[in-house]
Design a protein around this ligand. Structure first.
Ligand SMILES: Cc1ncc(C[n+]2csc(CCOP(=O)(O)OP(=O)(O)O)c2C)c(N)n1
Ligand SMILES: [Mg+2]
Length: 666
């Protein structure tokens, strides 16, 4: 075997061209010794002005896959991710599981340790080339990929890439994995002169006969209820559901919505709270909803008919999942709902039942809205800052086409979003570390849209914040990150209380394994990459702080660019741990004695521990707005002024913003 000469195209270069031909515009890359032919190929391709994807260096694989995840959810196009052999693949697994559970198509590529010890320019050249080899590299990802394959010598790269992407994009969608041995990449390659045209893959369609049966049941029902979490990932489906729900007076509950399934203001949108009406329903239509209810808390009425609809209504990759279903209809939910709408229109109108539903829904929504308004009103002055208030402030400041990402931050309903595609929430895979990468991916897909993420302090740390801020700055992807810092893993504590409500841990002075103390000064992490960053402790400061963040211009990169080819100077950073004034136990005692201090506070009721407000604010105050002015924010948002200002900011390189909030759950 011989390697490619300088004038011959290599398989690596063929791969780069094939990716672009197949519609992959970005590859999020975390390189290793396996990348030599790719790096060589990138430079040669640039010299020839080949059409190839833009490669972005992402210094952690989990972040790279989360970026591809967010990118797909906004761009509706798969990105490539390229990582270093087995070890890099291992680092992708958490994010890969999230992507698989969210049916995100992406092409994960990894080098493969060189096959040969000698005889090829790409043969093994470092000890790791022995140590990093697996018997079955594809097996690492197989739980989360639909297809995996290794490129072999002489194979047509174009066809392999095409097949990989076709499979990723066929329903139910998901990640695929391609391994690339170094010798194979370096081999001479004959580029395809007649590449296969891209395949149009038709989405499976629901059977009209079964939709008709469903329509029959709905028409006869007193209180049909639609449950969906993810329908709105197909943006066009939102309008279809909106019309269906309104025309036939069918309420829609959204257990753990991870996107906008219905505009917040839609009269039949019950949000997450709608699951409270489960027991009232005599017909349940479960649409793109992995977990429609928790059987330990509530189940449908015994006489209720239950129908599931979606391209994968049984969620076949979930090992254990048992929800009643008289009928499961496989096929596009959007088309299914359209057919259902038509089938219902063709039936006689059951006006009396529809009117009764309208009344129930209106009463339910009015009560919930009043509750939320009262919570938000109280929260305007409450310390620590409440999530519902953060949600309200983001809602007020967000441009009409803004995108919100949330991961253990504000609950979806609190943003009250109207626009399809304006929300991405962490997948049911629950692999923390999604939010930061997803926000970069969303920004990559929509450079002119404002991207705001609300993220728990734990989730921020899982998200690889240093690589995140680096990529944000280097790739010019400014986003606003709101770190909701309660200094702990509240979700872990809450789960312990669910299982042992009156247990020893619930009564312990400090619940083990939930504290993240002493809490870091996250603003400094962001500032290390020249981000604009503020800490906010006072709710009154929050609206102005969000305003300032959205219009902030980044500082120019301070690091001098090193000249091409020069060896970078070695920089050494000494990080010293700051002395803390009080040990955690002493702080707890101080709290109990009612002494002021910065950190978590304890409610008087034992065990109801919540985080406490810090004492200082870092940004200037702003007059509180009345409810009326909050509600009129839609008009302001659509005025264009805000979008333009934000747009200027978005054009600035290396802007991203992080706040540190001390808050508690609403
Ligand atoms: C990769 C990964 N590791 C651990 C967990 C378990 N886990 C679930 S929620 C959670 C805490 C998240 O903390 P934070 O983002 O601060 O939100 P909070 O619970 O405080 O609201 C943890 C550790 C997980 N889901 N994913
Ligand atoms: Mg937390």
């Amino acid at each position: 075997m011989d390697g490619a000469s300088n004038t011959t195209i290599s398989a690596a270069e063929g791969l780069l061209r094939a990716l672009k031909r197949r519609g992959v515009d970005y590859v999020l890359a975390n390189a290793g010794t396996d990348f030599a032919p790719i790096i060589e190929g990138l430079v040669r391709a640039a010299g020839r002005k080949d059409a190839i994807p833009r490669f972005i260096t992402v210094p952690h694989e989990n972040l790279a896959v989360a970026m591809a995840h967010g990118y797909y959810q906004v761009a509706a196009k798969p990105a490539g991710v390229m990582v270093h052999v087995t070890v890099g693949t291992g680092n992708t697994i958490c994010a890969l599981m999230n992507a698989a559970r969210d049916n995100v198509p992406l092409l994960l590529m990894a080098g493969r340790t060189p096959l040969t010890q000698d005889g090829h320019i790409a043969s093994r050249s470092a000890p790791i080339h022995w140590g990093q080899e697996n018997f079955d590299q594809g097996g690492i990802t197989r739980e989360y990929t639909k297809w995996d394959f290794e490129l072999r010598a002489g194979q047509p790269v174009d066809e392999i890439v095409g097949r990989a992407l076709d499979i990723a994009l066929s329903e139910p969608r998901g990640p695929v994995y391609l391994t690339l041995p170094r010798e194979v990449l370096a081999n001479p390659h004959k580029d395809s002169t007649t590449p296969l045209p891209p395949t149009e893959i038709a989405t499976p369609q629901p059977s009209a006969r079964h939709i008709d049966a469903l329509a029959e049941w709905i028409a006869a029902a007193e209180f049909p209820l639609i449950l969906t979490s993810n329908l709105g990932r197909d943006l066009g489906a939102v309008g279809v559901l909106a019309e269906l729900a309104e025309r036939h007076a069918i309420p829609v509950a959204q257990p753990h919505a991870s996107c906008v399934n219905l505009p917040a203001s839609h009269p039949f949108n019950l949000g997450h709270a709608g699951t409270e009406l489960l027991g009232k329903a005599d017909l349940l239509l479960v649409v793109d909803c992995e977990v429609p209810w928790y059987p330990r808390y509530a189940t449908p009425r015994a006489d209720a008919k239950v129908v599931h609809l979606g391209v994968d209504p049984l969620f076949e990759r979930y090992p254990h999942r048992a929800f009643t279903a008289q009928l499961a209809i496989t096929g596009s939910s959007r088309v299914g709902l359209q057919l259902l709408d038509d089938a219902l229109k063709a039936r006689p109108v059951q006006r009396a039942a529809a009117d009764r539903r309208r009344a129930v829904v209106a009463e339910f929504k009015t009560a919930k809205a009043a509750q939320l308004a009262a919570t938000v009103e109280r929260a305007r002055s409450e310390k620590p800052i409440r999530y519902s208030y953060v949600g309200q402030c983001v809602h007020d400041a967000l441009p009409k086409d803004g995108i919100v990402i949330t991961e253990l931050g504000v609950a979806a309903d609190h943003f009250a979003l109207e626009e399809p595609g304006s929300l991405l929430a962490v997948s049911i895979g629950g692999g923390l570390g999604f939010g930061l990468g997803a926000s970069l991916g969303a920004k990559l897909a929509a450079p002119h849209r404002m991207v705001v993420s609300t993220i728990g302090d734990g989730s921020y740390m899982f998200g690889n914040p240093t690589p995140f801020h680096l990529v944000s700055r280097a790739a010019k992807l400014p986003t606003l990150t709101i770190v909701c810092n309660n200094g702990r893993w509240q979700a872990v504590e809450s789960a312990t209380r669910v299982v042992y409500p009156d247990g020893a841990a619930a009564h312990a002075e400090e619940m083990p394994l939930v504290e993240l103390q002493p809490s870091p000064e996250f603003t400094k992490v962001a500032e290390a990459s020249d981000a604009w960053a503020r800490r906010v402790d006072d709710p009154a400061e929050l609206p102005r702080a969000i305003d300032a963040a959205m219009t902030a211009r980044g500082r120019p990169p301070s690091a001098a660019r090193r000249s091409h080819g020069a060896r970078p100077a070695l920089k050494v950073a000494l990080i010293l741990r700051r002395a803390e004034g009080q040990a955690p136990r002493a702080r707890t005692q101080a709290r109990r004695r009612g002494l002021p201090r910065c950190g978590r506070a304890s409610d008087t009721a034992r065990g109801r521990r919540r985080s406490a407000a810090r004492c200082t604010s870092a940004v200037g105050g702003r007059r509180r707005r009345s409810s009326a002015s909050h509600r009129s924010s839609n008009a302001r948002r659509s005025s264009g002024r805000r979008v333009a200002r934000a747009g200027q900011t978005l054009l600035q390189p290396s802007v991203n913003t992080t706040w540190r909030l001390r808050f508690r759950r609403a």
